[in-house]
Design a protein around this ligand. Structure first.
Ligand SMILES: [Mg+2]
Length: 227
């Protein structure tokens, strides 16, 4: 039987590394911008699924400015200062979940194409996660596609760049409302990575909580060939 998938795309934050662990480790760096993050998350949650916007960052700045009583330009620049600069600095020491790197290497060895689909900029993070040697045939930043997950735009763009039909792609993420909803809306197969309890309702094709289980699950479900 032909295996089902030819590519795997991954969400980054909370899927490849622990956000909680990073926040704890970099508490002092992040503390001064905790309020900013709270407001930004509210704005982004409001914008989830909307769009695509011609200029996502400007629309985000417009909404953030209202919430924080700033000019749109100030809000725009705050995002650059915090997201593109300060946050990326803490990435220099990020530690991947155990097993992630060997999953990426093993999938590559088996000629499964790899991709990243994230709501936040990726270039610095790939370096910080020390994954520069892994070939990602697509790395889509959803705000550059104009719309955050679960809008299907970034998933569709990833499929185009992988030159595959969405149904041949498995997307892995940690958020039901972003990754699973979005991947499914685009016609992909979806896997939910959870730490702790399985959510009571999931549209994911499977749920897992340990990266070491990932390849065996794909083999068992005949998504990839046994080797
Ligand atoms: Mg995530």
């Amino acid at each position: 039987m032909k295996p089902t998938i030819e590519a795997v795309t991954f969400d980054v934050d909370g899927t490849l590394y622990s956000i909680r662990r990073m926040v704890i480790r970099h508490f002092l760096t992040m503390l001064p911008v905790a309020d900013f993050f709270k407001d930004l998350h509210k704005v982004r949650d409001e914008m989830r699924g909307l769009g695509p916007f011609d200029d996502f960052r400007q629309e985000q700045a417009r909404r953030l400015a209202q919430r924080r009583n700033l000019s749109q330009e100030q809000a725009f620049n705050q995002v650059i200062a915090v997201i593109d600069k300060r946050w990326m600095r803490v990435f220099k020491k990020v530690r991947l979940f155990r097993g992630v790197r060997s999953v990426l290497t093993e999938l590559g060895r088996r000629k499964i194409k790899l991709g990243l689909i994230s709501d936040y900029p990726l270039k610095e993070k790939i370096r910080g996660m020390r994954l520069e040697d892994i070939v990602f045939e697509t790395s889509v930043v959803s705000e550059q596609a104009g719309a955050l997950k679960p809008h299907p735009a970034s998933f569709i763009l990833a499929a185009e760049q992988l030159k595959l039909k969405p149904e041949r792609i498995l997307h892995v993420g940690d958020r039901e409302d972003c990754d699973i909803e979005g991947a499914k809306a685009a016609g992909m197969i979806a896997a939910l990575f959870v730490q702790g309890k399985t959510p009571p309702q999931t549209k994911a094709d499977f749920v897992f909580s340990n990266w070491k289980q990932f390849i065996p699950i794909l083999e068992e479900r005949k998504m990839i060939l046994k080797s």
